[in-house]
Design a protein. Structure first.
Length: 110
């Protein structure tokens, strides 16, 4: 995965097949028939916030694609599709830090 720093946003490139499996391991979205390979992300500050955002999305008509759960990278998150069909990840990481503008701080250390 690669992150690009942009003023006010972050862009990450992730292998398409791996991203589809992250959305749903057992039944990943079809890459050439509906899944564009683009997901939007909401970076939450707690597990409870992840649950609350996914609940609000569902109440607004979104379809939950992946119920919130512990992730393989040590975080917690889930996915939904909005009314336009875009995939959104809602995630929380225990070690995440946010700057004064509430932007997730991405450390480039490997």
């Amino acid at each position: 995965m690669i992150f690009f720093r942009n003023e006010g946003t972050r862009i990450a490139l992730y292998p398409l097949e791996d991203l589809a499996k992250d959305v749903n391991q057992e039944n990943p979205p079809a890459i050439l028939s509906g899944f564009s390979g683009i997901t939007l992300a909401y970076n939450a500050k707690s597990i409870e916030e992840v649950d609350a955002i996914l609940k609000k999305a569902k109440l607004a008509g979104a379809t939950i694609q992946k119920e919130p759960t512990k992730t393989d990278w040590g975080g917690y998150g889930g996915y939904f599709t909005d009314l336009d069909g875009y995939y959104w990840e809602v995630a929380y990481g225990e070690d995440w830090e946010f700057d004064e503008s509430n932007m997730l701080v991405i450390n480039d250390q490997k």
